[in-house]
Design a protein around this ligand. Sequence first.
Ligand code: AMP
Length: 394
Amino acid sequence: MKILVSNIGSTSLKYRLFDFSDGKSGVLAKGGFERVTDYAATIEECLTQLKDGGHIESENDLAAVGFKTVMAKDISGCVEATDDVLEAMEFYSSVAPAHNPAYIAGIRQFRAKMPDKPMVALFETAFYQHTSTAAQRYAVPQEWYDLGVRRWGFHGASHKFIAERSAELLGRDDVAERARNLYVNAGASPVDGPDLRVISCHMGGSSSITGIRNGVAIGTSMGMSPQSGLPHNNRVGDLDSHALPFIMRKLGITADEAQETMCKQSGLQGVSGVSNDIRDIAEAAEQGNERAKLALELFVHQARHWIGAFHFDLNGADALVFTAGIGENRSPLRESICANLENVGIKLDAEKNNNIRAEEAVISTDDSPVKVMIIPTNEELVVAREVKRFLDNR
Ligand code: AMP
């Protein structure tokens, strides 16, 4: 069974082809396109690459196309991306402007190209379906809550992968199994079961920190939209809700203009004034750029804030995991985040931290009560597995 997973951004399309035949679960091919303006042409090019590489003879060889979709009204989990589902995604297009419109357009184009193949969506919100009502709720009137003004949580595929893989690496196959089957276990609860407490830090172009007990999320830094929580590359992160009407009135700008600024000119880019890439910001900081230094300090401050919140909620932690572009690669940032935390059991080994990049590793000292780990994430594998499960259960 071959499943194509397509990761669609507002101007990019990345893909991975998985083969699950005969018990296999490996990646056959991967690739991507930047500066995409025409999804139909890019999809054609993607299929041509797969054919030229000898991975498929025609699109008939694909069992389905899977998508790491973000959010939809009253829909989560793994579902076929029917018109109703696309409409439900459209409902939140303004909440996830960098994601929902691109996925809707991309899925429509894939469907036009392959009308007989299932298009299957795994929503990023799915990992948070078992969080408590108190963890989901903002203190807004019921009517707002009913429209979806609540904490949803995102990066679900990535944090789910970390929940599974960290448990495996910690020798806890029972918890890994629990995390693996989470989306088909409606009654899963973080409370019962064997105790394993993990704080997962997905830090990349966008970042979030999730508390995980026994393979199940208890809460996360992102709220109603993927713009919330930690500062992102150019998205704002948490902001007091009253700042928005204030700045609209003071600057005489519309809600759309304010939203554009919060989505494209804020975050690390907005604070540093240098770049949206942490590598450029770190370089500028080393050369003495004060705004660049502040952007890094702000990121570290926010990361520690959320790690602290989940460390407390979980009554300690067995592992603190770093993943994604920044988490896997930026050792100085990991060092700043973990600095002076011996009293809560987090002791980073400076040498291990400096010498390891983007590979699975424990980077804490041997006597550190909390194991600090790097685990490269694999969101596409999570999507592919869930799509396979969806097809098997049909
Ligand atoms: P992601 O969204 O996971 O692809 O992460 C993208 C971000 O991670 C980039 O904006 C960079 O700031 C950072 N990043 C990616 N690769 C590296 C690397 N090799 N070294 C340092 N930072 C990196």
